[in-house]
Design a protein around this ligand. Structure first.
Ligand code: PRX
Length: 584
């Protein structure tokens, strides 16, 4: 509950809290991950052998929560389903047996290319039960993005739909390691191809008794691919031990309690949807709502009203779009069930927080983390005042710092690199198949370097400044310029391409491409459109350049590297800085 909004040196104070994280300072002093482990695991589980699926689902299915709804699901056509913890246990047991029947073993990579269907969630649990490694992929990905992930991970099985499989058909010949394709929506009129199997038929024959495989806590759980400045996207690999972080951050940052109905709007193809869409709430035995539909302001408010959502985890772009949809729309709905709102993925503008206080009577709590950190690392907590525009304070037991290029900590107020001291449970364990890129994260004197720049104020609050590299953040989606440039070069008309993030009021940044055409191609609106559609279809709907500028040449270093920094400075009319390495 908001108790007051001070405009000067703006602070949003809140009433004292009595559950969850009650006292931030004290929790920090007393914190130990061992204690969290003890709290999460049943006393008779020594945690030598464990499985996140047991802790998140099976344990509750054997407790008083067995008939509690774990998953409320709604499809784009309004179809509604719900699953109790016991039902999810039985279905994921069946699914684990089904996957075992087609040869999936511990350590195998099983990739999932599905809309947010219940089968997506059931498969993720089943894969964990088997000790196999899940690779959730966003359903808007194009053939190249899917191929790169399946190729790099050497995935053995792909779970998808008939419609999405069509998108993969063109690249199947490049995936010799892929043995089986499980179709969840298979209908008789389709002819199954060589590798195809039908989810429903196999599920029908599978037993619903499966004992989650006892794993070492360091056994891998999932791989999510994310972009850097150079090269293809990196397979960020997480392990079962992550659950310690998921459990306690969900409890203390998202403030989830048994009586909550929680809605995380992210897709499991992004880390937020995997960690806080399913594992975090279920480790805490909380009911999670999933909507498999597109953004629509009225629909979103209707969801909150209908399901009486109490805790909502969403993103700044969505909040900005809701703000744009207008306050009159809000008056049509009863949103009084909401008690706590959090945001992630991009800078959360102070005006959005002020607006939240006005229209929802609730402050929005920013949280900062990354695919690599596996869990929330810096946040605004229920028990602390909010400084609008700040990401908040490090999670208890976590050391975050602002450092220079040598790893020296910088004093309050000074801009520098945002770094974390390694040692939290959900830190990435590998970049799949690429030890060198994994080690790069720790190359500044042993710190984990986040790639972000930020500063800390006198009160220990962290403020986001930007990326230290060229990575683009568009609507909270991380996009590597190199990947877009590579895809652009595959278009027949493109000779050279340079890609930058351009500030945008709604999306944070949009992707802008500077393109040099090949001989024989003329600049036209039609060609521009063709290139946009080409990228949308190959890479992903969110990764296409909304703006294309045709130019005669691109600024390059003498070694031939495109100077994106210079493209950006020129585009925004900013000082161009040091251009001594420029080609001519
Ligand atoms: O630049 C930061 C931005 O998103 C990056 C991480 O992206 P990704 O791995 O896709 O994970 C996003 C969701 C966990 C960060 O390096 N970012 C994330 N949260 C915030 C943010 N930027 C500003 N404020 C945030 N709260």
């Amino acid at each position: 509950m908001v108790t007051g909004v001070m405009k000067s040196g703006e602070i949003i104070n809140k009433a004292p809290v009595v559950t969850g994280l009650v006292n931030y300072e004290q929790a920090g002093k007393e914190f130990s991950w061992e204690a969290v482990k003890k709290e999460l695991f049943l006393p008779d589980n020594p945690a030598k052998k464990a499985n996140i699926a047991y802790e998140a689902i099976d344990k509750h299915a054997q407790s008083w929560r067995k008939n509690k709804v774990a998953l409320y699901w709604e499809g784009p056509d309004g179809t509604r389903q719900k699953y109790t913890f016991l039902e999810l246990k039985n279905l994921s047991d069946k699914c684990a047996n089904m996957l075992r029947s087609i040869g999936v073993k511990k350590g195998d990579r099983v990739f999932i290319f599905l809309p947010r269907l219940p089968e997506l969630y059931i498969s993720i649990i089943a894969i964990a039960k088997l000790g196999a490694i899940a690779g959730p992929m966003f359903s808007a990905f194009g053939p190249d993005a899917v191929r790169d992930r399946l190729q790099n991970s050497e995935a053995k099985v792909l779970i998808t739909t008939q419609e999405l499989k069509e998108r993969v058909d063109t690249v199947l010949w490049e995936l010799p390691k892929l043995e089986r394709i499980v179709l969840v929506d298979y209908r008789k009129e389709y002819e199954l191809e060589e590798k195809d199997v039908c989810y429903a038929t196999l599920m029908k024959d599978a037993s619903d008794k499966f004992e989650a495989v006892g794993l070492e806590l360091e056994d891998p759980l999932y791989i999510l691919y994310t972009s850097g400045t150079t090269g293809k996207s990196k397979g960020i690999t997480h392990v079962h031990y992550d659950m310690i972080s998921y459990y306690i951050t969900t409890k203390w940052v998202l403030d989830l309690r048994d009586e909550d109905i929680y809605w995380c709007t992210a897709d499991p193809g992004w880390v937020t949807g995997t960690v806080y869409g399913l594992w975090g709430p279920w480790l805490n035995g909380v009911s999670s709502y999933i909507y498999d539909g597109r953004f629509d302001a009225a629909k979103w408010y209707e969801i909150i009203q209908t399901y009486k959502i109490t805790v909502w985890y969403t993103a700044p772009t969505a909040l900005r779009m809701l703000m744009k949809a207008g306050d009159d729309l809000i008056k049509k709905y009863d949103l009084t069930s909401l008690r706590y709102i959090c945001s992630v993925g991009e800078p959360l503008n102070p005006e959005v927080i002020r607006w939240g206080v006005k229209v929802y009577q609730l402050p929005i709590h920013d949280t900062w983390w990354q695919t690599e950190t596996g869990a929330i690392m810096i946040a605004n907590y229920p028990c602390l005042p909010i400084k609008p525009g700040s990401m908040g304070k490090p999670f208890p037991g976590t050391k975050a710092a602002i450092i220079d290029g040598k790893g020296n900590e910088l004093p309050a107020g000074q801009h520098g690199l945002l770094a974390l001291q390694p040692g939290w449970p959900s830190m990435l364990r590998a970049v799949w198949g690429d030890e060198k890129r994994f080690r790069e994260y720790f190359s500044i004197n042993g710190w984990y370097a986040t790639g972000d720049t930020a500063y800390k104020d006198e009160d220990g609050y962290f403020w986001f400044v930007g990326r230290a590299d060229d990575v683009i953040n568009t609507s909270g989606h991380r996009v590597g310029p190199f990947e877009v440039e590579s895809a652009l070069l595959e278009h027949r008309a493109v000779a050279e391409a340079g890609v930058i993030g351009k500030p945008d009021v709604e999306r944070g940044e949009i992707i802008k491409a500077f393109v040099v055409l090949r001989e024989g191609f003329a600049i036209s609106k039609a060609l521009e459109e063709e290139i946009k559609v080409f990228i949308k279809h190959r890479l992903a709907a969110h990764a296409y350049p909304r703006e294309i500028e045709f130019c005669g040449n691109l600024p390059k270093t003498r070694s031939g590297k495109i100077m994106r920094r210079l493209l950006k400075a020129r585009d925004l009319g900013l000082p161009t800085g040091d251009i001594s390495t420029l080609e001519d």
